[in-house]
Design a protein around this ligand. Sequence first.
Ligand code: SAH
Ligand code: F3S
Length: 441
Amino acid sequence: MTHKYYIKTFGCQMNEYDSEKIGGVLNIKSQLTETSAPEDADLIILNTCSIREKAEVKVFSDLGRFRELKEKNPRLRIAVGGCVASQEGENIIKRAPYVDLVFGPQSLHRVSELLNKRESSGKPQIDISFPEIEKFDHLPITNKNCVSASVSIMEGCSKYCSFCVVPFTRGEEVSRPLEGILSEIVRLTFNGVSEITLLGQNVNAYRGLMGNGDIADFSLLLEYVAEINEIKRIRFTTSHPNEMTDSLINCFRSIDKLAKTIHLPIQSGSDRVLSAMKRNYTTLEYKSIIRKIRKVCPEISLTSDFIIGFPNETDNEFRSTIKLMKDLEFDYSFSFLYSPRPGTPASYIDDNITNEIKQQRLEELQNLNVSQGKNYTKMMKGTDQRVLFDHYSKKNKDILLGKTDNNRIVEVNANSNLLNKFVNVRIAQTDKKNLQIEPLI
Ligand code: SAH
Ligand code: F3S
C-alpha cells in the first residue's frame, strides 16, 4: 500500500478546496501524508480543470511525465480527478492506460475506496457519478492552522451558458444545508480562522435547507455567517448577475464584515453576443445592477470575467465590450480567449474570426483593464482600509503582508505584532509594489 500522496491542482478555487478535501480523505482513510515531490509519492493525483482547452492539454502533458515515474516504480498509482475526469471518463484510461483512478468532483469522497478496489482487483477504477451532495456528509474538516479558509456552499451550475462545460462536469446546482455550512465554519474558527470565503459556481443561487424545513437564500446565509463572532471578514465567489437580489445587494450596507468587493462576470458588452451565450441578461440590466450596488456601497471594487472572440464576434461587438469596460470602471478583472468545449452548443457554431484578431482584441482589453486596476489603486491613497495581515514577505522577513478587501497587498513592519490580525489602516502611498500605510497609533 501507499504512504505518500502528491497532488497537483489546476483551475479554480473550487478545485483548490476539493484538493484539500481529497487530501483529508486520503489522510484519514488511507493514512497517506502529503509530499510536495512527485518522485517521493506512492500516489499522484491530478485534480484537473476543463474550463478551457489550455488547462486540459496541460493535464495530458503532465500525465506523460508521471508515466515515466511509474515505469521506474510500478507500485506508483496515478489518479485523475476533477472536471477533465468528469468530462472524459474512461477515455482517460484509453488514452493513458497507466492511470489507475478516475473520479469526478462529486465523487472525490470515495477516493480511498477506489484506491482499495484498484489494489484488490488489479484494474483501473472509474467513478464520475453525481451522487447529489452526498460528498459533504463524508468529508473531513481540514485541520490546517490558518486565518483564512474557504467553504463550499453549493456545487454545480444550472445556467447552461452556451460556451461552458461546468453544468456537465460538476452537475446541476445543489446547495448544502445551512447548518452543515455554519458548523464547518464554526469548527474552522477553532483553528484560528477569521476570514471565510464562501465558494460556489453561483453562490447567489444558494437555496439551502434549514433545520426547520425552510429554505435559506444567500443573503440569509450571509447574515448567519456574520453572526459568528470569530469571523471578521466574509468573501464570496462567484455570483451570477441574474441572482443579484435586492436583499443581497443590501447586505453590502447591513453586513460590515462583508468585503467591499464583488466579482460579477459579464462576459461581453454586446447584447447580441450575450444572447448567443445564453447569459439571460442585457448590458442595460447588468449596468442597472451595478448602479444599485454602488448606491448601497459607493467604494465597492467591481471585478468581472470577459470572454473575447466568441464565435463571429464582430469588431463593433468587441468595441461595445471595450466601451462597457470603460463605462463601468472595473477593478482588475479576468479575460479569456473563447475556447470551444466539447458538447457545448457554442462549439457547433462556425466561426469566421481569425486567431490573430482574437489575440489583438484580448490584448487591447487586458491593457485597458490593467490601467483601470492601476487607477483604482491610485484612488486608494488617503482612504481607510481593513487589512488582514497574514504572512511574512518571502524576500524580507522584517516585512509583514496583508490584504485589503479588494486584494491589494499592504505592508507593515514585522515588529508590529499584527500577524493574523485585522487592522484598519490609512493608505499613505500607492506607487510601490505593496501599498504603504500611515504610522499606526
Ligand atoms: N459561475 C462561474 C463560472 C466558472 S467559469 C464563475 O462565474 O466563476 C469562470 C469563467 O471562465 C467564466 O466566467 C468565463 O468567463 C470563463 N469561461 C468559461 N467557459 C469558457 C470557455 N469555453 N472559453 C473561454 N472562457 C470560458
Ligand atoms: Fe458556466 Fe455560465 Fe454556469 S459560465 S458555470 S454555465 S453561469
